[in-house]
Design a protein around this ligand. Structure first.
Ligand SMILES: CC(C)(COP(=O)([O-])OP(=O)([O-])OC[C@H]1O[C@@H](n2cnc3c(N)ncnc32)[C@H](O)[C@@H]1OP(=O)([O-])[O-])[C@@H](O)C(=O)NCCC(=O)NCCSC(=O)C[C@@](C)(O)CC(=O)[O-]
Ligand SMILES: NC(=O)C1=CN([C@@H]2O[C@H](COP(=O)(O)OP(=O)(O)OC[C@H]3O[C@@H](n4cnc5c(N)ncnc54)[C@H](O)[C@@H]3O)[C@@H](O)[C@H]2O)C=CC1
Length: 428
């Protein structure tokens, strides 16, 4: 078996697959069929997907769903979600309806500043460096004017360039710390292009540029979403529910093991909408988890209060999202999602995504502090277990009815399936 290949990227799709089949998939002959089943029959659409990334051999589907009944700042929304995990969309839908009857979600963008840095090494005198920086600062801005022209017309562009002395952390290490407003784009490519021009203008013999890159840590690009209602509006056991819910949030504030899972539940909602709208979920994930650790300990992203008989639950998250650029217009389903959301601005999309995260967190905490998570989650996951066991449509119908109300586990379903098939044989 030859596991090293040069020129793989130059092979066409069929040749790439043939090489994989010959070298890594000898025991899985059906793999060629599996890969081709996931190709689109529309060759233009397939080519579009092939060209999103490199060495494409097929498409990897995620279910694309919608959660209706959201009300955000009094505007109704149906939220698109791309996710593989059962019960997330059901939970979002359940909570959307619940809060729509209690005033809906309120959301507000707190700030939209993004950051990029030119990292460099310098061993000379700091005062000389500072003098040099001050003397070239306006040149650094003018060197990017051809890139920032249109962004400035939109009210964005470079906000400031600062020189930062980082030598206490690393010998000879300095930065140009640049702040940006990128309006409706996420701004990664725009920021990186500006930074590279700034770096080449700033460079001189005693300054060694190490790299120029945006930061995905954006604590000044923040959105807040919240829900609130009178305790009695929460239902018959409103106070008991609210108090237990509050405790659950406090635990996630002080216990990192719990906070990580708590925030994972929030990301169920956030990632699903970020992916559905063609945004960069890795950037969002990295930025949000860094923000959750901003006080030196990893904490809950959401908060809860019970004051004067009012239950309030809110989240504050950093989000760098685009409604233009990247794949937002290029991926037909991302374009569909943005249309479904009534073509939001980046700020509006930040609000929608934060709400999806808060809704998901509310659903999970409601389930966890009342019925337990497995009740609802496994009810939704039952279909996956049945599919895994190869159940026919009839078998599924019978078993879903039979297992209604039971505590669903793989073993229980598998046993019920065996019993059903044994019964069928006996009848025959
Ligand atoms: C699962 C539910 C929603 C069931 O909740 P339920 O009350 O049993 O649902 P229902 O059958 O009575 O239906 C009520 C509504 O729920 C929605 N709904 C209900 N079923 C569906 C469905 N099949 N398809 C679409 N929507 C559905 C839908 O809105 C429906 O209204 P309708 O459409 O009938 O007017 C509830 O138990 C729940 O919200 N559970 C929480 C689920 C959850 O958080 N899942 C995430 C995965 S677990 C995890 O990853 C994170 C976690 C939990 O670890 C995070 C943490 O620890 O914090
Ligand atoms: N570390 C990271 O997060 C990195 C991410 N990326 C990728 O970069 C892409 C996002 O970069 P972008 O610069 O946003 O995309 P992009 O390169 O597609 O540029 C978007 C462009 O749209 C134009 N535009 C039109 N109307 C606009 C409006 N109303 N507001 C703002 N701009 C408008 C601007 O010229 C803007 O530069 C994503 O695909 C991301 O995955 C790339 C490098 C690093």
């Amino acid at each position: 078996m030859s596991t090293l290949i040069s020129g793989f990227s130059k092979l066409n799709k069929e040749e790439k697959i043939a090489w994989l089949m010959d070298n890594f998939l000898l025991d899985y002959p059906e793999s060629k069929t599996v890969l081709s089943q996931y190709l689109n029959s529309d060759s233009k659409l397939q080519q579009l997907h092939d060209e999103f990334i490199e060495n494409t051999i097929s498409n990897f589907y995620l279910p694309f769903a919608v959660a209706p009944n959201f009300k955000i700042n009094n505007i109704p929304y149906v939220i698109p979600m791309a996710i593989e995990e059962s019960s997330v969309v059901a939970a979002a839908s359940l909570v959307a309806k619940f809060w729509s009857k209690r005033g809906g979600f309120k959301a507000e963008v707190l700030s939209t500043t993004k950051i990029g840095q030119v990292h460099f090494m310098y061993s000379g005198d700091f005062a000389d460096l500072e003098t040099y920086f001050n003397s070239v600062k306006s040149n650094l801005l003018s060197a990017t004017e051809f890139i920032t022209k249109n962004m400035r017309k939109r009210g964005g562009g470079i906000l400031d360039i600062e020189l930062k002395d980082k030598t206490k952390s690393l010998e000879n290490y300095y930065q140009l710390h640049v702040t940006f407003e990128t309006k409706d784009s996420m701004g990664a490519n725009f920021i990186n292009s500006c930074l590279e021009n700034i770096a080449s203008t700033f460079q001189k013999e005693d300054i060694e540029i190490v790299m120029s890159i945006l930061s995905n840590y954006i604590p000044d690009c923040l959105v807040k979403a919240e829900v609130s209602c009178k305790i009695e509006e929460l239902g018959d056991n409103g106070l008991e529910f609210a108090q237990k819910f509050y405790q659950a949030v406090q635990i996630a504030q002080v216990e990192p093991y719990r906070a990580v899972t708590h925030n994972k539940g929030i990301m169920n909602g956030i990632d699903a909408v970020v992916i559905a709208t063609g945004n960069d979920f890795r950037a969002v994930e990295a930025g949000i988890h860094a923000y959750a650790s901003k006080d030196g300990v990893y904490k809950s992203l959401s908060n809860c209060s019970i004051d004067n008989g009012v239950f309030k639950f809110w989240i504050e998250v950093p989000l760098a999202l685009g409604t233009v650029g990247g794949l937002t217009a290029l991926h037909p389903l991302a374009k569909f999602s943005l249309n479904l959301l009534q073509n939001p601005t980046a700020k509006e999309l930040m609000q929608i995504v934060a709400v999806a995260g808060l809704a998901q967190n509310f659903a999970a905490l409601k389930a966890l502090t009342t019925t337990g998570i497995q009740h609802g989650h496994m009810k939704m996951h039952l279909n996956n277990i049945l599919n895994q066991l190869g159940a026919s449509k009839d078998e599924k119908n019978i078993l879903i009815k039979k297992l209604n109300g039971s505590q669903i586990t793989y073993n229980l379903v598998s046993k019920a399936m065996d019993e059903l098939r044994t019964e069928k044989i006996k009848v025959k």
